[in-house]
Design a protein around this ligand. Sequence first.
Ligand code: AMP
Length: 313
Amino acid sequence: MTVVVVGSIAFDAVTTPFGERGRMLGGSAVHFSLSASFFSDVRVVGPVGDDFGEDEYAVLHDRGVITDDIERIESGKTFFWRGHYDYDLNTARTDETQLNVFGEFEPKLSEDSKRADTLFLANIQPDLQLEVRNQCKAARLAGLDSMNLWIDTARDSLVRAIGAVDLVLMNDAELRMLTDEPNLARAAAAVRALGPRIVVAKQGEYGAALFSEEGFFALPGYPLEDVLDPTGAGDSFAGGFLGYLDAHREDGLSEPVLQRAMTYGSVMASFNVEEFGTERVRRLTIDEINERFAEFKHMTHFEAIPIEVRAAR
Ligand code: AMP
């Protein structure tokens, strides 16, 4: 029972209408790892610089995340992202990206990571995603996320990487952009035609929608009154979703399993956005996760009671 994730391990500087942080632990692989660690064993793959210190490792170790495959480059600098959000918290605006140690990253997975059952290729350059997919042959379930930057600059590579995974989780706008298809159902079908069995469209505060052979399932976002920082929501969603699927893989990818995975993904994303960066998920408890899971069921469950024919007046 192990999930391997490759993606950015970062320092983020984030400003939202509700506050700011000048330098905090972030990165797609970090947000994914912390979230998935509530469900399964997690190994994180990626490079960091010598500015990545004990405090940063401790955040991962406190949640039991295995960091053996983090490559620490002496005299290198960790990936840095600066971004902000306006009142529309669904759209991240990138102000600065310093690839730093990611510029020369050549993934080399340990034997333990190569044997993992589940793989998540978080948002990084798609050729690197494909390289990791090819090293992780044993994975029976592989998922991928991406972003507008790679659709614009490396579309062919991204299409190749998508062809090598079972599951794509992307923002709805990016699915439309990738496929040139304004209708989301058609965009999801076009992505499934590239290879993946499952497409999950993340829709920010509006929730998430799943398209698969079995059909369609969607959940609203959890109705939070205070959202401080949406950074990492998508990766927290992916961590809950794939962490749950990894832990229950003997049940297969049946509709009820996928529906619960969607709910755990939504639960984890909703906690992530309550505070800045990893602050909230770090001190999250299983009881809080279960309580919010039950609230999702209550919010979305209803009985089908047909109406009677009314007599004509
Ligand atoms: P999201 O879940 O989409 O909000 O992902 C947020 C994380 O993605 C942040 O913590 C950033 O460090 C990271 N990030 C931003 N831009 C990039 C990029 N071009 N490549 C990899 N990771 C990025």
